[in-house]
Every structure is written in C-alpha cells, then in structure tokens.
Ligand binder design. Structure first.
Ligand code: SF4
Ligand code: SF4
Length: 328
C-alpha cells in the first residue's frame, strides 16, 4: 500500500485504478435492461432486497471479547462461518486495490466466505434452472454473512456485511484470491483446487485482529494456459485466447486474462445469467460428480450456443492441450 493510496485514521481509500462501485439498476439499464423473468429468481431477489438488506445492521456488544492471539480469533471466526453455512472461508487484509472507486473502508480485515453451487443445476446452460441456482446461492450466502456479522458484533467488534450482490465496498474476487480460495481462471472467476469455479462469494469486513491467509499457487493458472474449454464454449465469445499485459497482474504476477464484458454482460443479462463458462471448466469435474446421487448427470453440460464452437483443427498445434493417451 503506498502513502498516496491510503490515508490516516485507519481509513483506506480505493486505489486510483479501482473499478467504480457496482449499481445493478444502472448496469442493467446500460445494456438494455434485465430480460430474465423467472418467478423463483424474482422471489429470491425480493427476499434479498426486502428482508436481508434490513438485517445488515445490528448492535455491537459493549464488552469486547479478548483472544489469546490473532490465530485463536481466526480459528473461532472460521468455525462459526462454517457452522453458518460457508463451504470455504479465508481472511485477508483489505488494501486499496480491493475497494471500489469512490468508497472508503475503515475495517482492516475481510472474512471471505464461499458456498458451492449444485452441479446438478448446471447440466444445461444457459437455463432457468442454472439461473435459479445462482440466486439461491446469493440468498443463502447472504444468510451466512448476516449471521457471521451478528456473531462478530456479539463479541464486541463492529463489522459490515458485504453481500454477494448489491452495493459492496470491496471487490470479492481480489479478496477471495488473497484469502487463499484459489487462482484466477481464464474465464475471470476464481478456481478453487477442489470446488473448481462453481461457487460464489460474500464477505464480512471488521477490525477484529485475526491471523490472515495467503494466496495459493496450485498450478491452476498454468493449467489455464493449456486449456481453452471456457473460451471455446462461451456463447458470447467473450473469453480471450491470450493473457493481456494491459489488464494488470493476477496475484501470482501473471498478466491477466481479460474477459470482454462488453460481450459477456449483455449476453448474461438476457440469457439466464449465462454461467456457461463455469460448468464447462474442466477444473474440477471429479469433485462435482459427487453431487449426482439421485440425479442424472452427463458429467459435461449441454451448452446452448447460438453459434457452434470452432473446430479444434483451427487451434494452432502449440496451443492445444494434449492429454496423455491411457493404455488400458
Ligand atoms: S457468463 Fe457466459 S457470456 Fe459471460 S464469459 Fe461466461 S460463458 Fe461467456
Ligand atoms: S475451462 Fe480451462 S481455460 Fe477455462 S478457466 Fe477452466 S481450466 Fe481455465
């Protein structure tokens, strides 16, 4: 963090290059409006805006619980987050680059929580079923971060809910990367070594002193360089072939893959939140296959595309990923 990026009194300002804060209504208006009319989706949105938002605030206990050390505090917080429904949880310090432009944050730490989405709902993409699953997980994640925030307040520490959708102060992806959730995939989502990219994130920010986690290098970014499944199957052709030096670096120092949001967002808003790049991601179908007790699965989703993918012959030989042949 440089001096010009942060200010005094424990207030952290957004870095100069941070993206502007997200406004869903303006965003949908800018791309011609949201054209997804699914009663179950509307029901979840209604519950998020008219019930969960009202529970973001709460009273902080006067007595402050003290911990033997930051590790003990982190352990308790993580156990609680899991008991409230988190599948993965990690902690990081908030830096200027993690904050939306125009926002300031007084809290020092972010507790990132993730919940896996059900693979069985992504057997066909884009689809109503996949769209409902996206909203279901936003709702249940909302419950998890609200409960976690209430718990932290009961320990005598202020905190703030950063809901997975809505007006967040912090960017979930850099927070999740620093909290050790995984690596940034070609499709712009974090890939967890076990869950793959089929999960969503929210967070709670607080100054309760806690031990932090660290980014991981599990070889996933390198794997992406040889795999192009998401790029081939993206119906909007929004996923790039090459890394782009102008898009900045990921947490491992690689140039980032930059998804063309000008192509993705309008498609996403008019095709059931699309999400095709997540279930086709080959990282990690084995784990997802555990989700099919009692449900039919093909282990690779049917992707509804307006144009067929280009034949593999068009991909230069040096860019193909060759799987070793198995002798049976
Ligand atoms: S959400 Fe759909 S359009 Fe957007 S990058 Fe993924 S596959 Fe492409
Ligand atoms: S489909 Fe392949 S290239 Fe795309 S994010 Fe997943 S592993 Fe990376």
């Amino acid at each position: 963090m440089t001096e010009s990026e942060s200010s005094t009194n424990g207030i952290t300002h957004a870095a100069a290059g941070s993206p502007p804060a997200f406004s869903w209504d303006d965003w949908y208006a800018s791309i011609g409006g949201r054209k997804i009319n699914i009663p179950e989706v509307d029901e979840y949105l209604d519950k998020i805006y008219n019930d969960q938002y009202l529970r973001f605030e709460g009273d902080t206990a006067i007595h402050k619980t003290t911990f033997a050390n930051p590790e003990a505090a982190a352990k308790l917080i993580k156990e609680k987050a899991e008991s409230f429904g988190a599948d993965i949880v990690g902690i990081c310090e908030i830096e200027p680059g993690d904050i939306y432009k125009g926002k300031t944050v007084t809290e020092k730490y972010a507790i990132a929580v993730g919940q896996r989405m059900r693979w069985r709902a992504f057997q066909v993409v884009p689809s109503k079923e996949a769209a409902i699953e996206c909203l279901r997980i936003y709702y249940t994640l909302g419950e998890t971060v609200i409960e976690l925030a209430n718990f932290i307040r009961s320990l005598g520490y202020d905190c703030k809910v950063e809901h997975p959708i809505g007006d967040s102060d912090v960017l979930h992806v850099p927070i999740g990367l620093k909290a050790g959730f995984g690596e940034l995939g070609r499709h712009g989502s974090i890939i967890h070594p076990k869950l793959g990219p089929l999960f969503r994130m929210g967070s709670v920010i607080t100054s309760l002193p806690m031990a932090i986690d660290h980014p991981i290098d599990a070889g996933i970014a390198k794997f992406c360089d040889n795999c192009r499944a998401c790029r081939i199957y993206c119906p909007a052709k929004a996923i790039p072939d090459e890394r782009n030096a102008a898009a900045g670096k990921d947490h491992l120092g690689n140039d980032r893959y930059q998804v063309d949001t000008g192509k993705c967002f309008p498609y996403f808003a008019t095709h059931y939140y699309c999400s095709a790049c997540l279930p086709v991601c080959v990282y990690n179908h084995k784990e997802w296959a555990k989700d099919f007790e009692g449900f039919e699965t093909k282990l690779f989703p049917k992707v509804i595309m307006e144009d067929p993918p280009p034949p593999a012959d068009d991909i230069a030989a040096e860019k193909r990923h060759e799987y070793p042949r198995l002798k049976r």
